[in-house]
Design a protein around this ligand. Structure first.
Ligand code: FAD
Length: 286
């Protein structure tokens, strides 16, 4: 299928992009990597009158560090996020997630800001944001909002973004001493959307794991922090943690993958990730 007719603008500054979005209201949408939006246009799931292309706004791309925070510009491509030396050193969780995002062509075009703004519940970056305690930086006309990831993902493809706002960056606190992380994803084929995934951060000491943040994806209408499961693991009770997932997750139930299957897989993934975090080992990603 072909996309319906639309107008196209390629502003060279964030202010110009915001002005276009304000002028055209809900008839205009930002275009980032186009890896989800163009598909939606071609399938006629979406028919905006104007695409505001963010690709010519240099300030929106790049990775930098300042005062204990790694800032990743919204237009940074998936590949550039996961391969940046700063990310590999400071935020290895993100580097581990990268190979699970679709395929090379999509990773070369798709952006972290587009992924976060889209909020597909089966995707990696939103869960990583939640696990890492990231802040989503959002600009509107004359306003800037900084929204904790915990408060940003509200439901299926639904976020705290207001019409006319643009995600400009995602800020990740640099993990401190004793920090550990874990990542595991199960999908039918490598690169497919996750059946179940888990991005996790925490701290490890001689007495065990603490400050655990377990962000599951593919098992609810948004990425989910499993708080009771985290508390059980901190208490050394993996079986209790796996049992707690029945109340904390709300997996979709479809004929291809039943909810009970996803819940079972979530428990398997939790056992693997918790074990590696406890032992201080890292899974080799391919
Ligand atoms: P676009 O497609 O350009 O935009 C997506 C939406 O976000 C649009 O509504 C747009 O208006 C809005 N938007 C974009 N940027 C901003 C911004 N800065 N501020 C506000 N709103 C904005 N993703 C995964 O994470 N994991 C996968 O396994 C995966 N598999 C895929 C498989 C296929 C076959 C395809 C086609 C896509 C897959 N994707 C997957 C999606 C891909 O990662 C997209 O790149 C991503 O979801 C959207 O990023 P984008 O930059 O392409 O955004």
């Amino acid at each position: 299928m072909k996309a319906p007719d639309f107008a196209y603008a390629r502003p060279a500054s964030l202010d110009a992009a915001l002005a276009l979005l304000a002028e055209h209201g809900e008839d205009a949408v930002p275009l980032a990597g186009g890896q989800s939006l163009v598909t939606a246009l071609n399938m006629r799931l979406s028919a905006p009158g104007l695409l505001v292309d963010l690709n010519a706004i240099p300030e929106l791309a790049g990775v930098s560090e300042d005062e204990g925070v790694v800032r990743i510009g919204a237009m940074t491509r998936h590949r550039d996020v996961g391969t940046a030396a700063l990310v590999r050193e400071r935020l290895p969780l993100l580097a581990a997630a990268l190979p699970h995002i679709a395929h090379p062509a999509i990773r070369n075009r798709g952006t972290i800001g587009g992924s976060v703004a889209l909020a597909d519940p089966a995707t990696e970056w939103p869960a990583c944001c939640l696990a890492a305690g990231a802040t989503i930086v959002v600009r509107g006309p004359g306003t800037e909002r900084r929204i904790a990831a915990d408060a940003f993902f509200l439901g299926l493809y639904t976020t705290a973004l207001e019409p006319g706002e643009i995600v400009t960056a995602i800020e990740f606190p640099v993990p401190g001493d004793g920090a550990v992380w874990g990542f595991e994803e199960l999908s039918r084929r490598h690169g497919d959307y996750a059946l179940v995934g888990l991005a996790a951060t925490g701290r490890r000491s001689a007495v065990g794991l603490s400050d655990l943040r377990l962000a599951f994806f593919g098992v609810a209408d948004r990425p989910v922090l499993a708080r009771a499961a985290a508390a059980a693991i901190e208490a050394g009770d993996l079986t209790g943690a796996q049992a707690a997932l029945a109340d904390e997750l709300d997996p979709p139930d479809d004929p291809a993958t039943r909810a009970a299957t996803r819940l079972h897989l979530a428990r398997v993934v939790l056992g693997r990730v918790a074990g590696r975090m406890r032992d201080g080992t890292v899974k080799e990603e391919t």
